[in-house]
Design a protein around this ligand. Structure first.
Ligand code: SF4
Ligand code: SF4
Ligand code: SF4
Ligand code: FES
Length: 973
């Protein structure tokens, strides 16, 4: 055999095989070491284990306690080898390579030792392989075969673990202790990969066992990420779906449809049925890790509530009629034509969703612009991250985050502002926790004590700036004031990379005494000294990276804060390399992509303004139509005009504005006023209850396309099963349609055929018309796995870090960020501030996660209230409390906790009946109309019944479910 060389900088010499388990993690060292394994010279990076080197050289050493996602542990003694000149039998997993050593992995003595080890394991293991759920997919079974174990000399008469009880408390996996070999892979996965530390090995020797803190998995600290299940080499920790359905037969790589991390998964299938979702090792965003949603919460795709038959009706008080695709599409088209003829072309519009693929968003905005004839297209990204688009475009020149997720591993200071990564972006949260355990410093700016503050094992924020909701701009100014007045600006960077005049104006502004932490202390509710120390740490602690979320954007000054964040990064030279940067954590799976695809009324794909003549000419030539140069209506404009009576029809794809947009009563009034509401979705969502046409959508498992995550990573979404929306419940089955096909057929019915035969054709069109996507194609995605845009001639394989040599806009531009307190103020009537957020187990409006077993962790939204505020009001844990704002009232159960500060209450918005948006107001960001969800003045009082809105909602909702032919008693609400 030829000698084998592997170098990290020349991976093409010997490529890693994603399907192989190398036993121990790879080393990134550039120093190469050559050793001899079984007669073959192998050259590998220093720090590689002998086991890993052997595997690279094509030699498999038996192993049980080792797997390449975890650091070596060396407990099972199965991987012993002989090294010439060394005494004994070292474990190959814990022994690093050394230059010139000669290793033997197969000798008669080693075979004997390994068989002896295996014999001991098997003598305390149930011999039910043929009926075991892991049969054929069990490393213990494989190793018994690999070491040639043919008999077990010890009987079962002695002490053993075979009678131990199963823990089936977790809805998604079982723990069958009788099969455990105490290899501790699960414990280490929970610590190293997930960072939750829920498991321990309890006891010693024969009595040692895995424990979830002496309680059931369900009651333990476990967050059901599944890392332990994936790491387990036996059937001890096992997915219940695999136990029920058997081992999968084939798999297709696709992308999670939940959050903006964009984890890559292998959908492991049996025929058309998903048996297991396994995060892929090659996934650029997740490297083989996942959270409970992506790994386990996919059952909604086949839930009984799915509507699979197109439906139409004249009035929202009529029963729905189930019709064919043709009839539904033709009816919708005729209504749009009627309404435009009667009220003008601007009386209609469309709304897309960040849950849609890029291709779906693209064809929808094309339909609105080219066929409806206006720019009245908007997106749910309006209500979350539009200030990011605006603020980063102004300052840096591109409306996107600057880094890869992996970049955090090079950060020395991590500044998390208005984001809750362990709940909202869990896989990235785990990576961040890993870096924090390695010693990076942490600053958290959040009114509430998120888990990272002190609730994650081995992690404690160095500074928790628990500012008053609504004072973000004041905080950014105060931090900047310290940087500027204490001489902490990186002037060389600013001089070389930024517009000096804009810097000087900004510097002089933030240096004013009114922007000092002391002057702003009252607005912030923070100790000025703490703000000063945090600012010094950020500016002088090495690589400093900012991660922010909706706690920054969903404010009346959301865009101002984003610009302030960019100012701070530029002033301290923390941009343009790994470990630093400005990183918006996007909530939903395709927030970045839906914005990229031109889903806002003023921009074509690639953030080019509709008034730009050259851009318009480009799209006019490609689409063969004349396009409007005027920005169209935003969602709030559409709703205001609908409430007034001049906006009459909306095509709403994948978005549920009746639940997710602020001031619910205004939204529902507007919807009631429209003559044709067309909803395309999986379920009869809250908006669909006001609809006249329902196009049943396809789940992410039933379509092809792409999602773009928070690090600009375009990842493939691949069809793993036939779209279920052809399975009509009247028995007249038709071909199911992917969502882009529905839109294309709708367009054709309106007289504008779209000639795509596959989602890849749409991406080809996007690439042809959008410079930052020029080099993207499905073929390249298949080759590379994923691509971070910009991807073009200069960067044919994409761009992990942006603004490296210069900013996209040339020189970075500083903007003055004057703090203007929100008009939503507390007073005697509304003395508390309500702020909102997410929880790990639920997702956005909950339409998907409420239809999975994730409800065991969060069956209802609650209102968190500080013990002092609760005591003042006589509120006890679990009491019903009325939450009243200037916009409305709702009733929720109280959760008393010091996580919120006095004067602040907090809730989530995953259940429609909670009516969180009944109380949010229509205040919004000055630049983008992003709603001010995070600041609502409220009063909280003890009550004993639901609010009037909730009672009306229940009646209306039940009636609408009945009109659809479903049973309100069984439909998930
Ligand atoms: S599922 Fe995740 S959090 Fe729970 S014990 Fe396993 S690794 Fe730990
Ligand atoms: S549960 Fe699985 S991974 Fe954990 S110690 Fe037992 S066999 Fe090893
Ligand atoms: S972190 Fe986000 S993308 Fe990854 S599995 Fe969880 S929900 Fe899906
Ligand atoms: S695999 Fe090396 S000791 Fe277990």
């Amino acid at each position: 055999m030829d000698d084998i060389k592997y170098t990290p900088s020349q991976p093409s010499v010997l490529k890693y095989d994603a399907n192989k388990d190398y036993g121990t993690p790879k080393s990134d060292s550039d120093v190469m070491v050559t050793l001899n394994i079984d007669g073959v010279d192998v050259t590998v990076p220093e720090g590689t284990s002998i086991m890993h080197a052997a595997q690279l050289g094509g030699v498999t050493v038996p192993k049980l306690c080792a797997t390449d996602s975890l650091e070596a542990f060396g407990s099972c003694r199965l991987c012993l080898v002989e090294i010439e000149g060394r005494r004994g039998y070292p474990a190959s997993c814990t022994t690093p390579v050394a230059s010139g050593i000669k290793v033997k992995t197969q000798t008669p003595k080693l075979a004997d030792v390994r068989r002896g080890v295996m014999e001991l394991y098997i003598s305390d293991h149930p011999l039910d392989c043929l009926t075991c759920a892991a049969n054929g997919d069990c490393e213990l079974q494989d190793m018994a075969g690999a070491v040639g174990l043919r008999e077990v000399r010890y009987g079962y008469e002695g002490e053993n673990h075979l009678g131990q009880a199963k823990d089936e408390s977790n809805p998604y996996f079982t723990f069958d202790a009788s099969k455990c070999i105490v290899c501790s892979r699960c414990v280490r996965a929970c610590e190293e990969t997930q960072g939750t530390f829920a498991l321990t090995i309890q006891g010693r020797g024969f009595d040692s066992k895995v424990s979830a803190g002496n309680q059931d998995f369900l009651d333990s600290e476990c967050v059901s990420c599944g890392a332990c299940v994936q790491a387990c080499p036996t059937a001890t920790l096992m997915e219940k779906t695999v136990i029920a359905a058997g081992t999968p037969e084939h798999s297709v790589t696709t992308t999670c449809a939940y959050c903006g991390v964009g984890c890559s998964f292998d959908a492991e299938m049996k025929g058309e049925e998903v048996v297991r979702m396994t995060p892929t090792k090659e996934g650029g965003a997740n490297h083989g890790h996942s959270c409970v949603k992506g790994r386990f919460a996919w059952g909604y795709a086949t839930h009984a509530d799915r509507i699979t038959t197109p439906m139409i009706r004249k009035s929202i008080h009529d029963p729905w009629q189930k019709v064919s695709w043709d009839e539904a599409i033709n009816y919708a088209a005729s209504e749009i034509q009627r309404i435009q003829a009667q009220y003008g072309k601007d009386a209609v519009g469309g709304i897309t969703s960040s849950r849609c693929t890029n291709e779906e968003v693209y064809v929808t905005q094309k339909l609105i612009r080219a066929v409806f004839g206006s720019n009245n297209v908007d997106t749910c990204a309006r209500v979350c991250h539009s200030p990011t688009g605006y603020g980063l475009k102004q300052t840096l020149g591109e409306s996107a985050g600057t880094q890869t997720f992996d970049s955090v591993m090079k950060s020395d200071v991590i500044f998390v502002m208005g984001a809750n990564p362990t709940d909202g972006h869990p896989v990235f949260g785990s990576l961040m926790k890993r870096r924090l355990r390695e010693g990076a410093k942490l600053i958290v700016a959040d009114p509430r004590a998120i888990d990272l503050v002190e609730n994650s094992p081995h992690i404690r924020a160095d500074y928790h700036l628990n500012l008053r909701p609504g004072s973000n701009v004041a905080l950014i100014s105060a931090l900047a004031h310290v940087v500027v007045t204490e001489g902490l600006v990186k002037e060389d960077f600013v001089k070389e990379r930024c517009e000096w005049d804009s810097f000087v104006a900004w510097r002089d502004f933030v240096a004013k005494q009114e922007n000092s932490p002391e002057a702003l202390a009252k607005d912030l509710g923070l100790d000025p000294q703490k703000v000063r120390e945090a600012a010094r740490l950020f500016a002088t602690g090495g690589n400093a990276a900012i991660y922010y979320g909706l706690g920054v954007t969903e404010h009346s000054q959301g865009s101002t804060t984003v610009m302030g964040i960019a100012n701070l990064a530029m002033a301290t030279g923390n941009i343009g390399r790994e470990g630093v940067g400005v990183n918006p954590l996007r909530g939903q799976n395709n927030v970045q992509g839906s914005c990229d695809m031109g889903s806002m009324p003023h921009e074509f794909p690639g953030y080019r303004h509709v008034s730009d003549n050259d851009t318009r000419a480009l799209f006019e030539a490609a689409w063969g139509v004349t396009l409007s140069a005027d920005p169209g209506l935003r969602i709030p404009n559409m709703l205001d005009l609908a409430a007034e009576g001049s906006f009459k029809a909306v095509y709403c794809v994948g978005e549920d504005i009746a639940q997710s947009d602020p001031d619910t009563q205004h939204v529902t009034h507007a919807l009631e006023n429209m003559e044709c509401v067309i909803v395309q979705d999986l379920f009869l969502n809250e908006t669909a209850k006001f609809a006249h046409v329902f196009f049943p959508g396809a789940s992410f498992l039933e379509k092809n396309g792409t999602f773009t995550n928070a690090e600009r990573r375009i990842s493939p979404v691949r069809k793993v099963m036939t779209p279920k929306n052809g399975l009509r419940d009247d028995g007249k089955h038709e071909a199911g349609l992917e969502d882009w096909e529905i839109t294309a057929r709708f367009s054709e019915a309106l007289g504008y055929p779209m000639h795509y035969s596959h989602a890849s054709d749409i991406m080809d069109e996007i690439a042809a018309l959008t410079p930052t996507f020029k080099g993207v194609s499905f073929k390249k995605l298949d080759e590379l796995g994923s691509i971070q845009w910009p991807c073009n001639d200069e960067a044919p394989e994409g761009t992990p870090t942006m603004h490296v040599e210069e900013f996209v806009r040339g020189k970075g531009k500083f903007f003055i960020t004057q703090y203007v307190p929100t008009t939503e103020r507390v007073n005697g009537k509304f003395p508390l501030i309500l702020t909102t957020g997410r929880i790990l187990s639920q997702y956005n409006v909950g339409a998907q996660t409420r239809r999975t077993d994730n409800v065991v962790w969060h069956p209802e939204d609650k209102i968190e209230i500080h013990p002092h505020d609760a005591e003042d009001r006589g509120i006890l844990e679990g009491d019903w409390v009325g939450v009243t704002s200037r916009a409305g009232q709702t009733v929720l159960r109280a959760k008393i906790t010091e996580r919120v500060q006095p004067g602040v209450v907090y809730t989530t918005f995953h259940h429609p009946e909670s009516g969180a948006n009944v109380i949010t107001t229509d205040n919004s960001d000055w630049a983008t109309n992003c709603p001010e969800y995070k600041v609502t003045a409220v009063q909280v009082t003890k009550v004993n019944q639901l609010s009037e809105w909730q009672k009306d909602y229940r009646t209306f909702s039940d009636t609408q479910i009945e009109l659809s032919g479903m049973d309100p008693q069984t439909v998930v609400s």
